[in-house]
Ligand binder design. Structure first.
Ligand SMILES: CC(C)(COP(=O)(O)OP(=O)(O)OC[C@H]1O[C@@H](n2cnc3c(N)ncnc32)[C@H](O)[C@@H]1OP(=O)(O)O)[C@@H](O)C(=O)NCCC(=O)NCCS
Length: 286
C-alpha cells in the first residue's frame, strides 16, 4: 500500500518498529498498541489473528474473491491465496520466491515514496525493502494475489487485529487492516482496485458470522500525498480515523501550527499560511 500500520500513536515515533512489531497486535489492552514491547507468548495466544484457523480463513477468502478475474485488457488473472502462519508454517505458506515478487511490484509502484521517507517511517538505517519484507512476513497476514503467467499483477494483504482509534467512543475494536493493495501499472485505472475493495468489504460480515468475531471495518494507512489511492478510498466511503494525522496549517515565520478546524486557522487567509500534508493518513471503510 501503503506506509506500514502505525504503532499507537505519536506521529513522530517510527511507524513500524521492526524489532517489536511483526506479531499481530495482541488483544490485551490498548496500551499494547504502542508497540513498545513484543507481545508475550501468553498475549499472542489471545490475538484474534492467532486464534483463527488458517484453512478456515482461506476458505472464507475463496468464497469471496473470484478465482479468476477477466480484465478490461481482455486477459484473465488467476487468484492465489495464502496466509503467513508462523505457528503452523506448513499451512499454505508461500514459497521463498513469492514475497520478493510481491515486494518487487510494490517497489515499482511506490519505491520512490519509500526511498524518500525510509528513515521517517522505520527510524532505522536498514533499506526500506528489508523492513518491508519483514513486515510482509507478519504472522497472520493473509494474501490474495492475482497473476497472469505466474507473474503477480495485483495483490492485497490484510490482517485481523485490534485498533483503538477508529471512531471516538466506538466499542468495537477489531478491524481488518489492509496492509497492501498493489496493482501493476498496466492494470491501473480499470476499476480493479475498487473491485478488490468491494470483495474485501464483503469479507468482513463473512468473518464475523463464520469466525464469531466483531470486526467493525477495514482500516488502512496511506501516504499523505498518494492522491490516487486517497481518491479510491474516499470514493468507496472511506473516512479518516479519529486518530489519523490531519492536514495542518502552518503559519510561516511564526512558530505556530494549528489544526484546520480552529478559529485561528479559519481566520488565517494571508499568503503566509500553507497546508502541511502529513506523511500518512489512516482511513476506515465500513
Ligand atoms: C491506488 C490503486 C490501488 C487504485 O486502483 P485502480 O484499480 O487503479 O483504481 P480504480 O480504477 O478502481 O479507480 C477507482 C477510483 O480511484 C480513483 N483513482 C484511482 N486511480 C486514479 C488516478 N490515476 N487518477 C485519478 N483518480 C484515480 C478514482 O476516484 C477512481 O474512480 P473513477 O474511475 O470513478 O474516477 C492503484 O492505482 C495502485 O495500485 N497504485 C499504486 C500502489 C498504491 O498506491 N497503492 C495504494 C497504497 S495505500
Amino acid at each position: 500500500m501503503c506506509p506500514p500500520r502505525p504503532t499507537r500513536r505519536n506521529v513522530t515515533e517510527p511507524l513500524f518498529n521492526t524489532a517489536t512489531q511483526p506479531q499481530p497486535v495482541p488483544l490485551a489492552t490498548s496500551s499494547s498498541l504502542t508497540g513498545t514491547a513484543p507481545p508475550s507468548e501468553e498475549e499472542k495466544t489471545i490475538s484474534p489473528s492467532m486464534q483463527i484457523n488458517t484453512q478456515r480463513f482461506l476458505e472464507l477468502i475463496h468464497a469471496e474473491f473470484p478465482d479468476q478475474l477477466a480484465t478490461p485488457r481482455a486477459d484473465t488473472l488467476h487468484r492465489r491465496t495464502f496466509r503467513i502462519d508462523h505457528a503452523t508454517p506448513d499451512n499454505g505458506c508461500p514459497s521463498s520466491a513469492t514475497l520478493p515478487k510481491l515486494l518487487h511490484l510494490l517497489a515499482t509502484n511506490l519505491g520512490q515514496k519509500y526511498d524518500a521517507c525510509n528513515a521517517r517511517l522505520y527510524h532505522n538505517s536498514t533499506p526500506w525493502q528489508q523492513n518491508k519484507l519483514h513486515e510482509m512476513n507478519t504472522s497472520g497476514l493473509a494474501y490474495v494475489v492475482y497473476s497472469s503467467n505466474d507473474e503477480p499483477q495485483m495483490f492485497l494483504s490484510f490482517l485481523i487485529c485490534e485498533e483503538c482509534d477508529i471512531r471516538k467512543q466506538h466499542d468495537q475494536h477489531q478491524v481488518l487492516y489492509l496492509y497492501e493493495i498493489q496493482i501493476h501499472a498496466a492494470y491501473q485505472r480499470m476499476g480493479l482496485g475498487r473491485t478488490l475493495l468491494h470483495h474485501l468489504r464483503r469479507l468482513v460480515p463473512s468473518i464475523n458470522s463464520n469466525l464469531q468475531l466483531s470486526v467493525y471495518c477495514i482500516e488502512l494507512t496511506v501516504f499523505g500525498d498518494n492522491h490516487n489511492a486517497i481518491r479510491l478510498y474516499k470514493s468507496v466511503g472511506g473516512k479518516l480515523t479519529f486518530g489519523s494525522p490531519k492536514i495542518e496549517f502552518e503559519v510561516e515565520n511564526e512558530n505556530q501550527r494549528v489544526t484546520r478546524t480552529t478559529a485561528a486557522a479559519r481566520n488565517a487567509r494571508s499568503s503566509r499560511c500553507r497546508f502541511v500534508i502529513p506523511l500518512y493518513f489512516t482511513f476506515y471503510i465500513t
